[in-house]
Design a protein around this ligand. Structure first.
Ligand code: FA5
Length: 336
């Protein structure tokens, strides 16, 4: 090998090694470069190993250049290793090193179910209008769910509510089909004037479709005073919709039948596709119900209503299938 050729080799090794080290951006890469040039079978190591086959003069010349270059590369590698975490010579390992400037991992947060969201908003609107929030049991007795509401056994109106009965049947226990039993429960224990709402889950043994669930939320409302009238009910509901939807939505009240009110109505609101959606069953409390709870119908009167919260939520968030609420589909819930 001529002197010029050997100098060329050293120059190219030097250029490659330093170029690579300059570009290296982590500890691993520096480690690889170290092996490539000055490791056991590194490019420079090979030359050093071949020295013994050379003449004395060659060996002298090549040897000192090779050793100087090796030292230079070693220095640079040491600096680079320090830069990426290995404290020169100490036994810190790469894995022990923490990059405190690295961006944090994104923490995924939970989501509030749209019905919970609406329930919270709805209760706070009614609270602002003087209503108190009360709760009642989901497993109910036949007495409160039906009889006390003027729906005795064999009464055809029982067919309005397909019921999940709890075995053994002789106990007369069921999953409440509506929140109305709480009208009775509350009036038995409290004297008017009364203003309450009772939110909760109800259950019906019926076929489901895009606007009917077998398990859904209702919100019962009850107001009893000396002069409480249909006009009060209408004003309350209009005010409520205005506050909840924050825009004027179209609503209509039409006659409806429930054995525990007289007269009874149903309230519809217009949905996006211009179709009426029934959201509330309501009416003036039937005199017989007042008598059942030992209130004198000639002194007291009031209204009651049962609002379908799932349907209200569908309107509020433009959801077109009620079954999505219990689908367990995370893509749905993550939108809220
Ligand atoms: C009742 O349950 C009565 N207890 C309401 C009532 C209370 C009347 C007080 C008079 C006085 P209804 O079955 O219509 O009525 O249900 C009331 C509301 O619940 C409906 O307007 C509707 O918004 C909602 N709803 C009824 N069935 C379902 C269902 N399967 N899925 C989702 N929402 C429903």
């Amino acid at each position: 090998m001529s002197e010029n050729q050997s100098l060329d080799i050293f120059q190219s090794i030097r250029k490659d090694a330093f170029g690579a080290l300059e570009e290296a951006s982590d500890f691993e890469t520096v480690h690889k470069i170290e092996a490539e040039y000055i490791g056991k079978s590194g490019r420079l190591t090979k030359i050093l190993k071949s020295l013994k086959e050379m003449s004395l003069a060659e060996r002298k010349e090549m040897g000192s250049t090779a050793n100087a270059l090796k030292k230079e590369i070693e220095e640079k590698i040491k600096l680079k290793k320090e830069e990426f975490g290995e404290r020169g010579g100490s036994n810190h390992r790469d894995a022990d090193w923490i990059d405190i400037t690295a961006p944090g991992k994104k923490i995924s947060r939970g989501h509030i179910h749209p019905i919970s969201r609406v329930l919270k908003e709805v209760t706070s609107i009614f609270e602002s209008m003087g209503f108190e929030v009360v709760e009642g049991p989901e497993v109910e007795t036949e007495h409160y769910n039906f009889d006390a509401l003027n729906i005795p056994k064999e009464h055809p109106a029982r067919d309005l509510w397909d019921t999940f009965w709890i075995k053994p049947l002789k106990n007369g226990l069921l999953l409440r089909t509506h929140t109305s039993p709480n009208q009775i429960r509350y009036m038995e224990k409290h004297q008017p004037p009364l203003r309450i709402i009772v939110p909760g889950q109800v259950f019906r043994y019926e076929a489901s479709d895009s606007s009917h669930g077998i398990q859904f939320y209702q919100l019962e409302g009850l107001m009893v005073d000396k002069t409480t009238s249909v006009a009060n009910f209408k004003a309350l509901i209009e005010q409520f919709f205005k506050k909840l939807f924050k825009e004027n939505i179209q609503m209509r009240i039409r006659p409806g039948y429930f054995p525990f009110v007289e007269p009874g109505f149903e309230v519809d609101i217009k949905d996006r596709s211009d179709k009426w959606l029934e959201v509330i069953g309501a009416g003036m409390i039937h005199p017989q119900i007042l008598k059942n709870v030992k209130l004198d119908p000639s002194q007291w009167q009031g209204f009651a209503f049962g609002m379908g919260l799932d349907r209200i939520t569908m309107m509020k968030y433009k959801i077109d299938d009620i079954r999505l609420f219990h689908s367990g589909d995370l893509r749905f819930i993550r939108q809220f």
